[in-house]
Design a protein around this ligand. Structure first.
Ligand code: HEM
Length: 466
């Protein structure tokens, strides 16, 4: 992969160069090549042009940017000049609607974020830590009868992640409805992932694919509205022990003293379920897979977990500052297999990035899969090396070359929730079990849907640690 100038001249006044565009003669292909293998297509573009290039699937102009200075410029310094009225978010909006994730209305988004942010701080998240460890302990109990068996880890962790988010959101145990939600989400993820790569026919045409998508959206809506309706009937006051749904029901905006209407609440709850479920599931699945393939890393993880927990089998929120290697394992997993591996912005007005002219309305694609492998910043990027995330190593790198949670004002609101859950679940499982590679396991490849999914799921053998 060739690289951009080492010190990009970000924000240089116009007079500007044109962004290189993939052409037929490059041999990289066009819309069909992008549809068939998105990661291969983008990787070939980076090899050919370096850190910024344009391509036009079905005539839609998309610019990929792959340098930390470009990312800082677009997401942070000029964050207000780039919004989410971008193609990728238009694709997922039929599912996510007016919730935070894909909301392109800056004013509505700002109000919603202002109201919701206080419920996602590290201190608030600490109230949910018990949900995370209790649910994990129950999963380990269910695993007791399954020692020696090969587990569908992605499915097991998927159920766990949904149980955790549902207890935190709704104080509810989830039964079979959770499986319906999971199935519906996977359907929508696959259909919209393919639609992003080849946006035809439009989603409102009555094709079998689109009917399937709309049934999946209906199923996810039913899951959310059943909980909301039950809560409204119960009329729970907002106290210290309140779950997120009660907190959101009672939240008012500091500027106008009003809360959010029920439709908006529905969208936000659905966005939280979707934001929290597959991302954490995939991260933990990949973490167990990487640990199974790297016994030397696994041994260090076990040593830390044993030393921090001593006689205890379950960690607590207060243990987190000492579970530093566990956190490094998570950080490195999020580097290699960043679940929300791509996001997009639309340039609201013409801009200049490192001397390149970015016309108004350009879709700017940020792809963490490639950013997290950029050879100028990551040595031997395919290797699993948690030591890349010691405080010294982090300080020696530009901040915006690592974006598993995005950056700037649209950074993931659930980042603290996710990191707390990831470290607590991983350390609870690692205290008691290891998940080993069954004989002759083929390499698992990432599948580029809307999220980065382990193709075929992760299957590992459950072994009790002696
Ligand atoms: C490993 C876990 C997670 C990863 C990798 C992840 C990743 C991301 C990324 C990259 C974005 C920003 C997208 C952009 O800038 O366009 C984002 C936004 C968001 N995430 Fe997460 N996320 C995770 C977990 C969670 C959890 C646990 C929740 C909820 C509890 C959540 C809720 C959201 C919401 C609501 C947004 C939209 C924020 C806004 O625009 O104001 N995420 N996430």
């Amino acid at each position: 992969m060739s690289s951009a100038p080492t010190v990009p001249d970000v924000g240089r006044p116009p007079g500007a160069r044109e962004i290189p565009t993939i052409r037929r003669k490059d041999g990289i292909g066009g819309a069909l090549a992008f549809r068939n293998d998105q990661l291969h297509f983008l990787g070939a573009g980076l090899d050919r042009y370096g850190d910024i290039f344009r391509f036009r699937p079905l005539g839609i102009p998309i610019v990929l940017v792959n340098h930390p200075d470009y990312i800082r410029h677009i997401l942070v310094e000029k964050g207000e000049s780039y919004d989410k009225d971008a193609m990728l978010f238009r694709v997922v909006r039929p599912v996510l609607r007016k919730g935070l994730i894909a909301n392109a209305d800056m004013e509505l988004w700002r109000r919603q974020r202002r109201m919701m942010a206080p419920h996602f701080t590290p201190r608030t998240v600490s109230h949910f830590a018990r949900n995370m460890t209790d649910e994990t302990a129950q999963m380990l109990q269910r695993w007791e009868r399954r020692e020696g068996q090969v587990l569908d880890v992605t499915d097991e962790i998927g159920q766990l992640a949904l149980r955790i988010v549902n207890r935190s959101l709704f104080s509810a145990e989830v039964g079979r409805t959770a499986q319906a939600f999971e199935r519906a989400f996977q359907t929508a993820n696959a259909i919209l992932g393919a639609f992003f790569r080849f946006p035809f026919p439009p989603l409102n045409f009555p094709t079998p694919r689109n009917r399937k998508l709309h049934r999946a959206i209906d199923d996810m809506d039913t899951f959310v509205s059943d909980f909301i309706q039950a809560r409204l009937r119960a009329d729970v006051p907002a106290g210290d022990e309140a779950d997120l749904l009660t907190l959101l029901l009672h939240t008012v905006d500091e500027e106008d003293g009003k809360g959010m209407d029920l439709e908006q609440l529905h969208h936000e709850v659905l966005n939280i379920c979707i934001g929290a479920y597959e991302t954490t599931t995939n991260t933990l699945s990949w973490a167990f897979y990487l640990l199974a393939r790297h016994p030397e890393v696994e041994a260090k993880l076990h040593a830390e977990v044993d030393a921090v927990l001593g006689e205890r089998s379950i960690p607590s929120f207060e243990d987190l500052p000492r579970l530093t290697y566990t956190r490094m394992v998570i950080d490195e997993t999020l580097r290699i297999y960043s679940p929300a591996y791509q996001f997009m912005r639309r340039a609201r007005e013409e801009d200049v990035v490192d001397g390149y002219r970015v016309p108004a309305n350009t879709n700017v694609l940020i792809n963490s899969y490639f950013l997290h492998r950029h050879p100028d910043f990551w040595e031997d990027p395919e290797s699993f090396v948690p030591e890349r995330f010691t405080p010294e190593a982090i300080a020696a790198r530009p901040k915006h070359v690592y974006t598993p949670f995005g950056a700037g004002h649209r950074i993931c609101i659930g980042k603290h929730f996710a990191l707390t859950e990831l470290v607590l679940v991983l350390s609870t499982v690692a205290r008691r079990y290891r998940l080993a590679l069954p004989e002759a396991t083929p390499e698992v490849h990432p599948q580029a849907l809307i999220t980065l999914h382990p193709e075929g799921g992760i299957h590992l053998r459950l072994e009790e640690r002696r």
